[in-house]
Write a protein of this length. Structure first.
Length: 359
């Protein structure tokens, strides 16, 4: 449901060093991006100064079984007694899954607020080429989540916009996936998702324009922490529906691999609302689409297939996306009506079209 301990705020990394030292003395330190390598080197240096023996390791692909097998082989050489994952969502997912498989303490250190992966007991698995494969439930949430504002401030603004889109999806998906549940925790998680959406609608533009300000702090914690609380409290009944199913389908196309997770999810929210409007007759979905579309545009997020780099995608490519998103067992089927690949294709193409008011 939640990490054993969360340390957040400016200087959280330094505050966390005694806790990390209590969890492990020779951690495997997992990262990926060359852009964050200098930052990771600084973190490793501070761990070494604190008396720990660190084994640096690199994720070569997205979180995939092939990479995890290689990392397990590296671990067998170093015999590390913990895993520290520092980076974006895929690095955090890989670190959590590696620690889960090796039964080791896990410390997550988000270097952007692009997802709530630092919080959750869930990892998404991909192919080595970046195509979504499936998700893996973990035995536990991380032992320690270090949410350092100073580290997050160094992330590119695009990653925060992506995190906002991913966090916004909590409401649009949880309010559907929870169904008619009368479970008190699920009902409370759904209402938390609504409050989260409202806060992001109010604060997101200010946060993007003023990094480090009060709105920025509220937004990064909403994306990286509160979104995780909702998933942890509500469980599988408060997670993904069509927005993430669309993301999963889009990852099957190489042309989409340059788009971030939340960018594809945000587009998926527009697609889900279009499906609810056209197939479910949901007038509230029509209103939500009109409200959300201009915000996503203002944040520089993709709202159309063209924005996702699919202007030259063939009908066969788009059909592949829809077939995958509609496959048996897909989260898309949490919608309270059936969706065919053909209907999904129509929603994909029309995701950015203004809603037409009905009499």
């Amino acid at each position: 449901m939640a990490p054993v301990r969360v340390i957040r705020g400016s200087g959280a990394w330094q505050d966390a060093l005694p806790q990390i030292r209590a969890l492990c003395s020779s951690p495997l330190f997992l990262g990926r991006s060359s852009a964050t390598q200098p930052l990771r080197n600084t973190l490793i240096s501070s761990l070494t100064s604190a008396g720990m023996k660190v084994a640096p390791a690199l994720l070569r692909h997205d979180c995939c079984n092939e990479d995890l097998s290689r990392l397990q082989s590296e671990w067998s050489v170093h015999r590390s007694d913990g895993v520290i994952a520092a980076g974006g969502g895929k690095v955090l997912d890989a670190g959590k899954l590696l620690a889960d498989r090796l039964d080791l303490p896990c410390i997550t250190v988000p270097l952007s607020a692009s997802t709530c992966a630092g919080w959750t007991a869930l990892s998404n698995l991909y192919s080595p080429d970046g195509a979504f494969f499936g998700d893996q439930a973990l035995k536990y949430c991380p032992d320690l989540l270090v949410f350092d504002h100073d580290l997050l401030r160094q992330a590119p603004p695009r990653t925060l916009a992506s995190g906002i889109a991913d966090a916004l999806a909590k409401w649009y998906e949880a309010s559907v996936s929870s169904g008619a549940s009368q479970d008190g925790l699920i009902l409370q998680a759904v209402q938390m998702a609504r409050v989260l959406r409202d806060q992001l609608l109010i604060d997101s533009v200010d946060a993007m324009q003023n990094p480090g300000g009060d709105a920025w702090i509220r937004v990064i914690e909403a994306c990286g922490l509160t979104a995780g609380v909702i998933g942890g409290l509500g469980g599988a009944r408060c997670r993904t529906v069509a927005a993430h199913a669309v993301h999963n389908g889009l990852t099957q196309l190489q042309a989409c691999h340059g788009s971030l997770h939340g960018e594809k999810v945000g587009f998926g929210v527009l697609v889900q609302l279009r499906l609810e409007e056209r197939l479910g007759g949901n007038r509230l979905a029509e209103q939500a689409h009109r409200q959300l579309l201009p915000l996503l545009k203002q944040l520089g997020l993709p709202v159309s297939l063209d924005d996702l780099g699919l202007s030259k995608a063939s009908l066969s490519d788009l059909q592949q996306v829809c077939d995958f998103a509609c496959r048996e067992g897909s989260d898309l089927h949490h919608l309270p009506f059936s969706v065919t690949p053909g209907a999904l294709l129509e929603a994909l193409v029309g995701a950015s079209e203004p809603s037409v008011r009905r009499p």
